[in-house]
Design a protein around this ligand. Structure first.
Ligand SMILES: Cc1ncc(COP(=O)(O)O)c(C=O)c1O
Length: 389
C-alpha cells in the first residue's frame, strides 16, 4: 500500500529542484494561488482565538454546543426527521479517520472481514491493527455502481459472519470521484434490509459531502430511517475537508439506529473508544465548529472551493475522454482515478517526469484538488504519453 504522505514529501522535494513538478498526490485543496485550504475565513478565525479558547482540554465528545452544531450542519434540513425517528449520538473525533478507527475497533472481530469496494481510500490501514481483513466487491459495472457484486460479496460474508461492517464512501468517492445515484443508494438500503438476521454496521463515510454537486447533497441521509433495526449507521464527518483545515484534526461521528438498544450500545462503544484513545479532540478545531458569526464568509469560501474543484474536474474528465484515457466513472470531487495495470510502474514513470500521483490497486489516483487549472490542463495527455496508457 502506497504511503501517500511520503509521496507528498517526495513531491515537495522534487518541487525544490524542478519547477515543473506537478504534485497530484495529496487530498488537500489548494486554491488557484497554491494556498493550502483556500478558506481565508477559517484561517482568520483560528488566528483570532484567545488562549482560553485554544489551550484547555475539551470534553471527550466535544460538548453540547459542538454536538448540536455538527448535527445541524451534517444532517441539514433532515435533522428533525432523523432526531424524531432515530437515536442519534454525536462524538468529536480526530478527523474522519477517528470515526473509521473507532468503528473498526469497536465492532470488528478478529479475523472477520469488512466489506469495501476494490477501489477505495486506505481503509485497510485501519483494519490491520485490529487483525481485520477486507472483503472487496468490484465497485463499478460500466459507469454504474455494481450492485450485483456488492450483493454477491455481502451474501458471501453473511454465510459465515453474524456481524458485518459495510463501508460506503459517498458522495465524491475517494479515489474515483463517483457519486451514487439516489436509485443506487436506495437499492443498497434495500439490500442491507434483506439481511435482517445479521447485525449490519454501516460506516457511512461522507468526508466529501460538502463538495457534492447533487441538488440536495443531504437527501440520501433522509432515507437512513428506512434502515431496519438490525442496522446501526455511523456517519463520518471530516472537518479537514469541510473547513480545508487538514492538520487541525476536526471530525465527528454521528451514530444512528432506529433501534434504541443498538443506538445506546453504539454510543457507549464510540464514547468508550474515544476515552481510551485520543481522550478529546483538539480544542481549536472544536472552536471552529462554534463560530457562527463567520458563517457567511465561510459559506462563500466553501462555495468557491467547490466551484474551483468542479472546474478542474470538468477539464480533466473532458481531456481524458478526448484521448481515451480510461478513468473510473467520475462525477465530481477531489480525485480522478486513471485505470491501469502495474500502477507502481506507472507511478515511477510519472515521478521521473516530476508528476506525482498515488498508485493503487487497479490504477493511479490523481488529486485534482491540489492542482491549479493550469496544471490540470493537459495533464491527461501527459499521463497517457509518459505511461503509454
Ligand atoms: C474517504 C475519506 N474518508 C475519511 C478521510 C479522513 O480524513 P480526515 O481524518 O482528515 O478527516 C479521508 C481523507 O482523505 C478520506 O478520503
Amino acid at each position: 500500500m502506497a504511503d501517500i504522505l511520503q509521496i507528498g514529501k517526495d513531491a515537495q522535494e522534487s518541487k525544490r529542484h524542478f519547477p515543473d513538478t506537478i504534485d497530484a498526490s495529496i487530498g488537500m485543496f489548494y486554491d488557484e494561488n497554491h494556498v493550502v485550504g483556500g478558506f481565508p475565513s477559517v484561517y482568520r478565525v483560528l488566528k483570532s482565538l484567545a488562549p482560553e479558547l485554544m489551550l484547555p482540554y475539551n470534553s471527550v465528545d466535544g460538548g453540547t454546543e459542538f454536538k448540536q452544531n455538527v448535527s445541524s450542519w451534517l444532517l441539514g434540513r433532515y435533522e428533525k426527521l432523523i432526531w424524531d425517528t432515530m437515536h442519534p449520538f454525536v462524538c468529536s473525533t480526530p478527523g474522519g479517520s477517528g470515526v473509521v478507527s473507532a468503528v473498526f475497533a469497536s465492532y470488528g472481530r478478529e479475523k472477520e472481514a469488512i466489506l469495501v469496494p476494490n477501489i477505495r481510500w486506505q481503509y485497510g490501514r485501519f483494519a490491520k491493527p485490529r487483525a481485520l481483513t477486507l472483503e472487496t466487491y468490484t465497485m463499478f459495472e460500466g459507469s454504474a455502481f455494481n450492485l450485483k457484486d456488492f450483493e454477491f460479496k455481502l451474501t458471501k460474508l453473511a454465510a459465515h459472519q453474524k456481524r458485518i461492517i459495510v463501508v460506503i464512501n459517498d458522495p465524491c468517492h475517494n479515489p474515483s470521484g463517483y457519486t451514487l445515484q439516489l436509485s443506487e443508494w436506495l437499492a443498497i438500503i434495500d439490500l442491507l434490509n434483506r439481511f435482517s438476521d445479521h447485525e449490519i454496521v454501516l460506516l457511512y463515510d461522507v468526508a466529501y459531502i460538502d463538495y457534492s454537486l447533487e441538488k440536495d447533497a443531504r437527501l440520501k441521509i433522509s432515507y437512513l430511517p428506512t434502515l431496519g433495526k438490525h442496522v446501526v449507521t455511523v456517519m463520518a464527518f471530516s472537518g479537514s475537508k469541510t473547513f480545508g483545515a487538514y492538520g487541525l484534526r476536526l471530525g465527528a461521528a454521528i451514530s444512528l439506529s432506529v433501534d434504541e438498544k443498538k443506538a445506546m450500545e453504539c454510543q457507549q462503544k464510540l464514547y468508550g473508544y474515544a476515552c481510551g484513545t485520543w481522550s478529546s479532540s483538539a480544542t481549536p478545531s472544536i472552536e471552529l465548529m462554534m463560530r457562527k458569526e463567520n458563517k457567511p464568509e465561510f459559506l462563500a469560501d466553501l462555495a468557491k472551493a467547490k466551484d474551483t474543484i468542479s472546474q478542474r474536474g470538468v477539464i480533466f474528465k473532458k481531456q481524458a475522454a478526448d484521448i481515451q484515457l480510461k478513468t473510473a466513472p467520475y462525477v465530481n470531487g477531489f480525485y480522478s482515478f486513471v485505470l491501469c495495470d502495474k500502477s507502481e510502474e506507472v507511478y515511477a514513470k510519472l515521478a521521473e517526469h516530476h508528476i506525482f500521483v498515488v498508485p493503487m490497486e487497479g490504477g493511479i489516483r490523481v488529486a485534482l484538488c491540489s492542482l491549479s487549472l493550469k496544471e490540470v490542463d493537459g495533464l491527461a495527455a501527459k499521463i497517457k504519453t509518459i505511461a503509454s496508457l
